[in-house]
Design a protein around this ligand. Structure first.
Ligand SMILES: [Zn+2]
Length: 375
């Protein structure tokens, strides 16, 4: 039987609309959206107090790291975090990893996440994602300066909902980076300028450079001079690309990349940046440049929760409607899912989520704001 979901506010086609009734069939498909004069007198509707929005798209997650919740201290800094994760990641059993990922997947669904761009290093939790109500695209990341063969990744990334990506512009040598960039058409997702140590590496200085020196690791890609230039010279213009974090990105980095890549999105994970380095990504700068922005949770190794609202709350200088668009449409567009997801549209099944506890006069999140799934 069809359900009629009603609210005083709904985010539709990038606008906050008033007095909306959304009719949904038993397959979760939206069959009608009606604007009514007085919603309080409508009969046969389920009324919700708050803002209705499409199911959210988490544009950057590592579900497989859910078992590391609380295992790494906050504010270790960027290089410290990379060292710590290497130290603790082998201290847990497969059962513990699977249980943690199962719980995190269930919670994301309940909170209204419809689809996830998920980074992975192995296949342990693939069955969880295959069974999940959430739509996952898994990007197996090539990581490590000594890791130059794609053979294992090619084997893992054999289904249409999987692909291969380089981890970042500082952790993968030149040949495998270019090989991945030129292979296939699935999105790439790179950790990008999470810290100023990445750009400093290309100038032979900074904490990352010093760490690599101590370990005796060499990089054959510093010839590009800067991370943005490496992207421009290595990734084909038409390849869909998600750049994640961007904390140390300058307007010149953004312009350089936007001029070259036709389909690039800027993914922000503010809770992870706060957790690791107590910094905030340049959300206002990116917004003013008119680029496509999406939100991600990163992993429970570097976030207290995977909540999209917790991430939005950290970007309090951005208007609420814009944040909600980043969490829905922005993520869907980043992954090429915007025909089906990210907006409340007749004929599609994007899921319906309620944001409650927001200040609807000021249009701001409050400490008690949360999202929950309605459809
Ligand atoms: Zn990440």
């Amino acid at each position: 039987m069809n359900r009629k979901i009603a609210s005083h506010y709904a985010l539709i086609d990038s606008h906050l609309e008033r007095n909306i009734v959304i009719e949904v069939d038993s397959q979760r498909r939206i069959v009608a959206i009606d604007r009514v004069a007085n919603i309080d007198t409508c009969a046969g509707v389920e009324f919700y107090s708050g803002i209705l929005l499409a199911g959210m798209v988490n544009a950057h997650c590592h579900l497989e790291l859910s078992y590391l919740r609380g295992a790494i201290a906050e504010h270790t800094g960027f290089a410290g975090f990379a060292r710590e994760i290497g130290r603790v990641r082998n201290n847990f059993s497969d059962e513990e990893r699977i249980a943690a990922a199962t719980a995190a997947d269930a919670q994301m669904w309940q909170e209204g996440v419809e689809a996830v761009a998920d980074i992975a290093n192995d296949e342990l939790i693939m069955p969880i994602k295959e069974r999940s109500n959430i739509r996952y695209h898994t990007l197996f990341e090539l990581f490590g300066l000594n890791n130059t063969s794609l053979d294992a990744h090619v084997k893992m990334a054999s289904s249409p909902s999987t692909s291969i990506t380089p981890h970042s512009t500082y952790s993968v040598q030149d040949a495998p980076f270019r090989e991945i960039a030129e292979r296939g058409t699935a999105p790439l997702s790179l950790h990008f300028l999470e810290s100023d140590a990445e750009a400093a590496l290309y100038c032979h200085r900074g904490s990352l450079y010093e760490w690599y020196e101590r370990m005796g690791w060499s990089c054959d890609f510093l010839k590009y001079g800067m991370p943005a230039e490496r992207i421009v010279e290595s990734i084909p213009a038409e390849r869909r690309t998600l750049l994640v974090h961007n904390c140390a990105a300058t307007p010149i980095d953004v312009m350089t990349i936007e001029t070259h890549l036709r389909n690039v999105s800027w993914v922000l994970c503010p809770e992870s940046n706060r957790y690791i380095s107590d910094v905030c990504p340049p959300a206002a700068m990116l917004s003013s440049m008119g680029v496509n922005i999406a939100l991600g949770s990163d992993s429970l190794a570097s976030a207290r929760t995977l909540s999209m609202v917790d991430n939005m709350r950290l970007l309090s200088d951005i208007p609420l409607v814009e944040l909600l668009l980043w969490a829905t449409k922005g993520g869907a567009r980043a992954m090429g899912w915007d025909d089906e997801l990210g907006d409340l549209r007749v004929g599609t099944s994007p899921g319906i989520v309620l944001l409650e506890g927001a200040d609807l006069q000021q249009l701001r999140l409050t400490p008690t704001s949360l999202t929950r799934r309605i459809i």
